[in-house]
Design a protein around this ligand. Structure first.
Ligand code: HPA
Ligand code: ZN
Length: 339
């Protein structure tokens, strides 16, 4: 097999996307279109104007641009259009399976009913079956909101239990540890929902948060989570429990000086199921295949390593063993055909 990783190879490789915020797929074009359609003044009228606001150097400065932009999302149709635009791009990237995040509180807190958000997104995931993309929704709590707000959000979400695959935790991690939401996570897990949490890169308490998530809350995946390399015992635990780590290289390069490729390589070598994802592609200049390719280029990854990352994405996804095997076979066929 030629060891050179090309953009065509990363695009064609069958993959699962496990760390994707649907609100982070809001491209400037759609943002402006929805602003006009809903008569929302966002203070920008051209794509260049919108792009000029994209200045961030860490998680907090990114979130300060990210959340206000969501004001343009008002109706069920808007949420449908947002998800549909992403899902067509996922299909073009040969994403065969996606478990995507949405932030209900970012919308309910500004008066948009929960069901408007959920129904619009869900209908797009149903229609995406015709694109050959198997899409599911992960409901995230905003960790800088109160426990009480998370409790109410979980109650709402449980009314739509069959339309949600799992629970996540995102937004500003500073002084907002996973344990703050231990009760809600336990209740969600008891209801049969899968659980995952962001442990963002280079946070004040990264290792303590990873420890809480793995040892106490027993999440199935860590979103980002690559600071785990600082603690060999936790790395061993993650490998043993087959915990999925959903790394996002281009996102990392915006909020830190690096893509965290050395950490990804170290985790691969330690047998940890790390995968590559796009996080907020409209804000971080690249969809999932761009993330695979950028990482391969920067760190000289081999095709074997890229293939392992794609296999890890299916292996740590929330699907049956039978489905996993079919997707892994699909990867093997692709690799043979593109040797
Ligand atoms: N971390 C925390 N919150 C987020 C992120 C992230 O990577 N992306 C969108 N919201
Ligand atoms: Zn994220």
């Amino acid at each position: 097999m030629s060891s050179v990783v090309t953009p065509e190879f990363t695009r064609g490789l069958p993959k699962a996307e496990l760390h994707l915020h649907i609100e982070g797929t809001l491209e400037p074009e759609l943002k402006l279109k929805l602003a006009k359609r809903n008569h929302v003044d966002i203070g920008q009228t051209t794509i260049a104007d919108v792009q000029k606001t994209y200045n961030y150097h860490d998680l907090a400065s990114f979130l300060a641009v990210y959340y206000p932009a969501m004001n343009v999302l008002q109706t069920e149709e808007d949420f449908y259009d947002l998800a549909w635009d992403y899902l067509t791009k996922a299909a073009a990237n040969n994403v065969r399976h996606v478990e995507l995040f949405f932030d209900p509180q970012a919308h309910t807190s500004r008066g948009i009913p929960f069901e408007v958000v959920l129904n619009g997104l869900y209908q797009a995931t149903v229609d995406a079956r015709a694109l050959n993309v198997d899409a599911h929704l992960i409901m995230c709590f905003l960790r800088d909101f109160s426990k009480e707000s998370a409790r109410k959000t979980l109650q709402e979400g449980l009314k739509y239990r069959d339309k949600i695959i799992g629970i996540g935790l995102d937004s500003d991690e500073h002084n907002n540890p996973p344990l703050k939401f231990a009760r809600q996570f336990e209740e969600a897990a008891s209801a049969g929902l899968h659980i995952t949490t962001h442990c963002d890169i280079d946070q004040k308490d990264s290792i303590e948060h990873i420890r809480q998530a793995l040892e106490i809350m027993e999440v199935e995946r860590l979103d980002h989570g690559t600071n785990i390399v600082e603690d060999p015992d936790l790395v061993e635990l993650a490998a043993k429990r087959k915990i999925g780590l959903t790394s996002c290289p281009l996102s990392n390069s915006f909020v830190s000086p690096e893509m965290k490729g050395q950490e990804v390589i170290e985790l691969l070598n330690a047998g940890v199921k790390v995968s590559i994802n796009s996080d907020d592609p409209a804000y971080f200049k690249g969809y999932i295949s761009d993330n695979y390719y950028a990482l391969a280029q920067k760190y000289d990854l081999t095709k074997d390593q890229i293939v392992q990352l794609a296999k890890n994405s299916f292996e740590t996804s929330w699907i049956s063993q039978r489905q996993k095997q079919l997707y892994l076979d699909e990867i093997d066929h692709f690799v043979t055909a593109n040797a």
